[in-house]
Design a protein around this ligand. Structure first.
Ligand code: UGA
Length: 447
């Protein structure tokens, strides 16, 4: 009989994982403690913008016409406990307020709520990004609190999906990593992932600690790549070099590779920034803090780029105060193809200029509602053209395709001054110059 799967937590990770598991043919029950989320999901509505996810939900959510009916949602822990052969824990692990460490309270409470309802054999699989050592602790908790005792096993199976590509990354993962203690756990997870494994996704079996560390070290490496190229951008600024050419040239060496070497205002979002901080905090607890002190520098290079963008804007406007200057900001989300504004470099730059007296007008294709609720005092426009109308300077801060396809001529006629600063080095300088704009990228003073 096909495995029954529960997915606990229906945010980015959980909602996508639940829909993907239904797509793979399993009976799935998603659980969340937020009633509004469950109500939306039951109607097949996605709580956030993620390409392809709504279609996948419509294909499987029970009660929607023409669906497979394999995916249902609940708020009832007893129902989840009884239903699942495999329980995926997909709740978030944000940064703890006022600290670097990660807040484990959602994971802990999910495990505590589920445990008393595990009355028969089951596998609990953690997917959340957690400090190394958590799986060990949670396995001991389950052994003590689940009525089925040793028949309940734990595994750790980190998730590597990117926002904007969540569905694709979940259905066709570039690797599967499972931290297990027993053969039964491995066997069940091989069954869950049989389809992607048959398509060629590597399946790696490790211990708990290694599985947990794979996730935090992967995100640390990505963060390091971005801060490396941003440090090179700072040197290019000082030496009249061109960081975009530099990145292309070093990227031809396939040991280095071209990806994740786009210089600009740096990384943000709900993962990279908090994950490198939590990793440092955990290494400190383990007495290995020296090993990760470099991440402190990665973090500070990253955060510095936001201030550098503000200063570049000031300098290009002739120096002095922002008071009375009209600034158009294109992009509010932390990356394109997402409506996520958590720790968004774009909104941070917009906010800094606004707080210094600039009249800032923001436009983003999908992030307007989230941006407005996070930063209600900024100005907002319904289109790029409206944001640019009357502006003294245009800042390109999130590289949406829509912005690459803008009509530079029409925008030039609307702007007070044809000055565009590219905080993502993603626009074609020639296109803008031909339309009479002064174009300036970050780390490309002469380009
Ligand atoms: C990241 C990882 O890429 C995923 O593998 C991981 O699963 C996920 O975190 C997670 O831990 O859940 P995500 O946060 O969706 O995924 O975003 P990324 O695509 O990694 O981008 C992060 C930030 O880096 C964005 O603000 C982006 O604009 C910036 N970035 C990216 C650059 O500034 N330069 C680049 O060359 C690439």
């Amino acid at each position: 009989m096909a495995l029954k799967i529960t997915v606990i937590g229906t945010g980015y990770l959980g909602a996508t994982h639940a829909a993907a598991m239904a797509e793979l043919g399993f009976e799935v029950l998603g659980l969340d403690v937020v009633p509004e989320k469950i109500e939306k999901l039951r109607r097949g509505e996605v709580p956030m913008y993620e390409p392809g996810l709504e279609e996948l939900l419509h294909k499987h959510v029970a009660g929607i016409e023409g669906s497979s009916g394999r995916l249902r949602f609940t708020m009832d822990w007893a129902e989840a406990g009884e239903f699942g052969d495999v329980h995926f824990v997909c709740v978030n692990t944000p940064q703890r307020h006022g600290e670097y460490a990660c807040d484990m309270s959602y994971v802990d409470s999910a495990i505590a709520s589920l445990a008393p309802h595990l009355k028969g054999p089951a596998l609990v699989v953690g997917k959340s990004t957690v400090p190394v050592g958590s799986a060990d602790r949670l396995a001991a908790y389950l052994a003590e609190h689940a009525p089925a005792g040793a028949d309940v096993e734990l595994a750790w199976n980190p998730e590597f999906l990117r926002e904007g590509f969540a569905v694709e990354d979940t259905l066709h993962p570039d690797r599967l990593v499972v931290g297990v203690r027993g053969e039964r756990a491995e066997k069940l997870l091989r069954e869950v992932y049989a389809t992607p494994v048959a398509e060629g996704s590597p399946f790696m079996v490790t211990d708990f600690a290694t599985a947990e560390l794979v996730k935090t070290s992967a995100n640390s490496f990505l963060a390091t790549k971005i801060s490396f190229i941003n440090a090179m951008a700072e040197v290019c600024e000082a030496a009249d070099g061109d960081v975009a050419k530099l990145a292309e040239a070093i990227g031809y060496d396939d040991r280095i590779g071209k990806k994740f070497l786009r210089a600009g205002i740096g990384f943000g979002g709900g993962c990279l920034p908090k994950d490198i901080r939590a990793f440092m905090a955990r290494a400190g607890e383990l007495g290995a803090d020296q090993a990760l002190t470099f991440l402190r520098e990665i973090d500070s290079i990253n955060m510095r780029q936001r201030g550098r963008m503000v200063e570049l804007t000031r300098q290009e406007l002739g120096g002095g105060a922002f008071l009375g200057k009209r600034v158009a900001v294109l992009g509010a989300t932390f990356k394109p193809d997402s409506d996520d504004v958590r720790d968004s470099p774009a909104l941070n730059v917009a906010g800094q200029i606004h707080l210094q007296g600039g009249q800032v007008t923001v436009y983003d294709p999908k992030g307007m509602d989230n941006a407005r609720s996070l930063f209600p005092t900024l100005g907002y426009a319904d289109s790029a053209l409206e944001a640019v109308r009357g502006a003294d300077v245009v800042l390109h801060l999130t590289e949406w395709r829509e912005f690459r396809e803008l009509d530079a001529q029409a925008l030039g006629e609307a702007a007070a001054q044809r000055l565009i600063l590219d905080g993502r080095n993603a626009l074609d300088p020639e296109v803008w110059r031909k339309a009479g704009w002064r174009y300036r990228g970050m780390g490309r003073p002469t380009a």
